[in-house]
Design a protein around this ligand. Structure first.
Ligand code: URA
Length: 209
């Protein structure tokens, strides 16, 4: 599917299967989400530019690569997006964090904004929008709309599971935004849940079932 990268690394796929299982505990679910967040972050940042700098090792002087150019903003959509945050911050501790408060109206399935806070220099940074479940795509599009309004220009969307319907909605509204996911699942059910999915990611992450 164009515009989508499926992170099919065996470690990611194994951990995702453990998360899908309905008996997976809140504690294990949370730590697996962190681990997968870290592994996907590794893939999403694969093309970050580097520049050579001169350093001294204990043995000699050398030219060695360091990250150059754009720094990161991690933008979790509350609340399930927080699942990825710790793992990604472990990998990129200097990243800034934007919080996007959206909930899904259970009847219309439309995204409703209740909180938005983003760094003022977001235009100069690569922004990763985090939401484990790309279902209808309505929250994703609303989050990207808000970030672009704030000035973000370089945006990537990161999820654990994507429904084909959600991918289409993002691709149509924001064709410039690439999507990274661990799996493209079959479809959405009548309640907007991803099938086979993993249930409600926020509830499973925070033990609020
Ligand atoms: N949000 C979830 O947490 N799960 C789904 O299956 C769809 C949206």
């Amino acid at each position: 599917m164009s515009g989508v990268v499926v992170v099919d690394h065996p470690l990611v796929q194994h951990k995702l299967t453990l998360m899908r299982e309905k008996e997976c505990s809140t504690q294990v679910f949370r730590s697996l989400a962190n681990e997968i967040g870290m592994l996907i972050c590794y893939e999403v940042t694969r093309d970050l530019p580097t520049e050579l700098v001169t350093i001294e090792t204990p043995i000699t002087e050398m030219s060695a690569p360091k990250l150059a150019g754009k720094k990161l903003v991690l933008a979790p959509i509350l609340r399930a997006g927080v699942a990825f945050l710790d793992g990604m911050l472990d990998l990129v501790p200097s990243a800034r964090v934007a919080h996007i408060g959206l909930y899904r109206d259970p009847n219309s399935l439309q995204a409703v904004e209740y909180y938005f806070k983003a760094p003022s220099d977001i235009a100069d940074r690569l922004t990763l929008v985090l939401d484990p479940m790309l279902a209808t795509g309505n929250s994703a599009v609303a989050a990207i709309d808000l970030l672009k309004k704030r000035g973000a220009k370089d945006i990537r969307f990161v999820c654990l599971l994507a429904a084909p319907e959600g991918i289409e909605v993002i691709r149509k509204a924001h064709p410039d935004v690439m999507i990274w996911t661990a799996s493209i699942d079959s479809h959405l059910d009548d309640h907007g849940y991803i099938v086979p999915g993993l249930g409600d990611a926020g509830d499973r992450m925070f033990g609020t079932r």
